[in-house]
Ligand binder design. Sequence first.
Ligand SMILES: [Zn+2]
Length: 135
Amino acid sequence: MNEAREVTQNAYAPYSNFYVGAVAKLINGEIVAGTNQENASYPVGICAERVLLGNAATLYPGIAIDTIAVSYDGHETKSDHPISPCGMCRQSLLEYESRVNNSIRLILAGQQGKVYILKSARFLLPFAFSKEEMG
Ligand SMILES: [Zn+2]
C-alpha cells in the first residue's frame, strides 16, 4: 500500500487532478506498478489498474497476481478514504483472475484513513459478463 501511495506521483492527471497508483505483487514475488494516464482526448485516458494489468501481462505473461494495492492522491481534495476500481477495471481484473486461474487480493485506501481488503475482484462485480457467455 505504501508503494501504491507513492507511485500516485507518477500518474499523468492534468485534467482531473486525481492521481491514482496501483501496485501488484505477483506470485513469483515481482512487483509491477501502474498509474492513470489521461489525455486531452478524454476517452483515450486509461486507469491505473488497467495500466498495471497490461504491464504485468507484458512483463510476466501467465504469472498470477497475488495482491494489488490501489491508492490515490486528489491533490485538491482529501485522500482519506478507500476508492474502488471503476466498472471497466472491475471487468478487466475479473478476466485477469480467470486467465491465470488465481484470485487477486485487493487492498484499497487513500493516502491515509480506512483500508478495504477484498479476497477477490469477483466481489466487486457480481453477475459479471465473461467469455463463457459467448459460447
Ligand atoms: Zn478504471
